[in-house]
Design a protein around this ligand. Sequence first.
Ligand SMILES: [Zn+2]
Length: 265
Amino acid sequence: MLPDDEAGDSAERLLAEKLSSPSNKKRKAYFRLHNIHKSSFSFSPAFGIFKTNALPLEDGYSGILLTANIAVHALRDIKEGEEITISYMANTPSYAERQAHLNTGFAFTCTCELCSLPLSSRRLSDRRWNRIIALDRQMADPFRLLASPISCLRGLREMLRLLKEEGYEEDTAVAARTYYDAFQVATINGDQARAEVSAQRAYAGRVVRYGEDDATVIEDEGLWGQPGIPPDIRQDAEVGAERCADSKGREFEDWLWKEGTDGLF
Ligand SMILES: [Zn+2]
């Protein structure tokens, strides 16, 4: 295990120290792992293996797991013998950018379901993901949350629609992040009713990603996971909030995203 902010010579030194201490069996198993940087002059074999195989672990560390029990929260049925893979990328740029990144960094051509789409579907998917990334970047500007909150909500609703078209339903982790952004827009503009609804949906996505038994999810449950809208907030909130308790229908969604409203909250 190495800290993510460790790089170059100091990372090499740290790794050499760690590898000199474990039992011979582990050391042998380590050096049997694949190394795509064999011909590199920049890394030692040990560090090349680390860069090829390390997985992100908790709290800013990456590490090699020679054996591991991994809990998978499946969003669909998994066929017997079907390979379970992970994404090597933090977001989903276009097909060409994905392949370039994976070839340079990991020396393979991706043939995942998304990368294997027929050309016309792939182009459509590329357009969607480019738009999702552009909208996501807009949300990184904290001043927009106050200056153009309605425009932020429009963008977030569009993101959720595009994600759904890409097969990411509302209760997935990526949608959860979008709802967390909506929660921030509502909170910063003093709209507790919408903040509450967005927080609950963000929480639902976190449960899907981490599971109900995860410590951080349990911690968040007190903040985000209360069922329904607390009575005092419901009383104070505007008329639309009365619909919160029962509906996920179109009318409710239009209320949640302030459809038909311009300018400020
Ligand atoms: Zn792929």
